[in-house]
Design a protein around this ligand. Structure first.
Ligand code: FES
Length: 162
């Protein structure tokens, strides 16, 4: 077992050696959407590794490709579904905001202000800033997100998990 720290969760978390960050994050109730089912195709398990990056597995070519698409990528960005914990002392934080998976989910919020950033589920780009009023026309403009999500899910189904 290895010990890691998740910002916002007081106690250190234990994870089996070589298990993915994703497992410990979901186990501890961190709300990760995992839109692609953990196959390295989306932004919804994006985390920042604040400490201990040497104690994670190396990035795979697939993870590198996915990270390059992220609008909010930093040098310490990783995908929790691809990074395996190999040693103690990893500390991660989760980007703030909510990933949009279906523009239909915004219908109930028309006329209200976004309480948090609403982000693209594949590249993490900001779609609606916190405090902005959600309008029908903005939802209409975001319809391409539904197509992007459908394409990503199709690709995800065609990839076997490692
Ligand atoms: S869940 Fe999609 S990249 Fe990790």
């Amino acid at each position: 077992m290895k010990s890691i720290h998740i910002d916002g969760i007081g106690d250190p978390c234990l994870v089996k050696t070589d298990h993915r960050l994703l497992e410990v994050l979901t186990e501890r109730g961190v709300p990760l959407t995992m839109a692609c089912g953990g196959k390295g195709l989306c932004a919804t398990c994006h985390v920042f590794v604040v400490e201990g990056s040497d104690n994670l597995s190396k990035q795979t070519p697939r993870e590198e490709r996915a990270l390059k698409m992220l609008a909010d990528r930093r040098p310490n960005s990783r995908l929790a579904c691809q990074a395996k914990v190999t040693g103690d002392g990893v500390r991660v934080s989760v980007p703030s905001g909510r990933y949009l998976l279906d523009t239909g989910d915004l219908g109930a919020l028309v006329g209200r202000r976004a309480e948090e950033a609403i982000l693209h589920p594949i590249d993490g780009r900001l779609l609606i800033a916190p405090g902005k009023i959600i309008t029908r026309s903005r939802i209409q403009e975001l319809r391409s997100v539904d197509i992007d999500v459908a394409e990503m899910k199709t690709r995800s189904l065609s990839i076997r998990r490692r």
